[in-house]
Design a protein around this ligand. Sequence first.
Ligand SMILES: [Zn+2]
Length: 409
Amino acid sequence: MTSNPFSFEIVSPDSESSARAGRLSTPRGDIRTPVFMPVGTHGTVKAMRTEDLASMGAQILLGNTYHLYLRPGHLLIKELGGLHKFMNWQKPILTDSGGFQVFSLGQPGQNEVRQGVTRKPLVKIADHGVEFRSPWDGSKHWMGPQESIQVQEALGSDIMMSFDDCTPYPASREQVMVSMKRSLRWELEGLQIRQHSHQALFAIMQGGMYTDLRAQFTEQIFEGMHDSLAKAQSDEEKYLRQFQGIAIGGLSVGEPSELLYSMTEFTAALIPAHYPRYLMGVGYPEDIITAIDSGIDMFDCVLPTRSARNGLLFVWGGKLQVKHAAYKKDPRPIDETCACYTCAHYSRAYVRHLLMSREILGAILGSIHNLHYYLHLVTRARLALENNEWGRFKREYWAVHNSRVLPQK
Ligand SMILES: [Zn+2]
């Protein structure tokens, strides 16, 4: 037994790949990995009640620091008892650092760039943080490593993420190096700022699409962490001066799949095995299966809920666009092999009708199915690893996998 509030243990490593099943212990209970974390951007996984998420096996949810800071405000959430109580979810919550949104939402959108719209950028980057404007009311704000940690502490999340500069894609070597330098400094500052050992802090590995820069970044983060650890006096302080997990950032930002896969494999191998590894913002089911094989333990993505609202539904082996006319009279469930509430009670024709009529229930039923699909897929992967059947599971998955959207001509 360890006295640390957070610990990670590899339960079942695969003998032929880097995949592993593990257990991440937190003060709010154990998380069995690999794990998929549904995204609750504004303190809610869109269209889902938390009791439904729990009943379909969600072990941990993701909250969004940037959005909750702007609306309704982290201090209001703290006053009302913290994010868990506010959103009625007692299992673990991971919060992102806000960095990704501060940068990405501050830039003019691609459509605006194409249309030649010149908009004053919302973002001003300085050495110690970022100035940005609220997209809601134009008010000016400042966020740096200190503010990001303070907001996440006020929200009371169980796992906090380091404030970093997520390098866009494509980016030149020089751009990546500037952004890496900033991330490195900000992330190591976070180790000095954090106050509470009941909240874990994860580092985020950057380095763009350059393997040597990724290797360099990883080395520097661990060097910096060991320096800060060497100065720590008490056990508590030692705990606070370390990262409890490592995330891989700067991927799934528009690069081709092959590059995502090779960079994930390369970066995961740089992270010592005893850290939980979290691949941020990934991805399609086939991306997740591939990344588990590279030794990734944690995933989050808005795809299951966002796609559901657009009628893109995941089925064993592929995906279908339920709004297509081919499903107008289809009495079958979305996926005949699926055990979710939607598939038990409703037809493709009905779900299609709801989505075509823009009924709220369409988003709800689609989200239930897609989240069930993702959670169930990752659970199956974990069980396969625990039973030493990962090789067989992969073969079965890839045998039926089809990346095209149904119906096909
Ligand atoms: Zn279903």
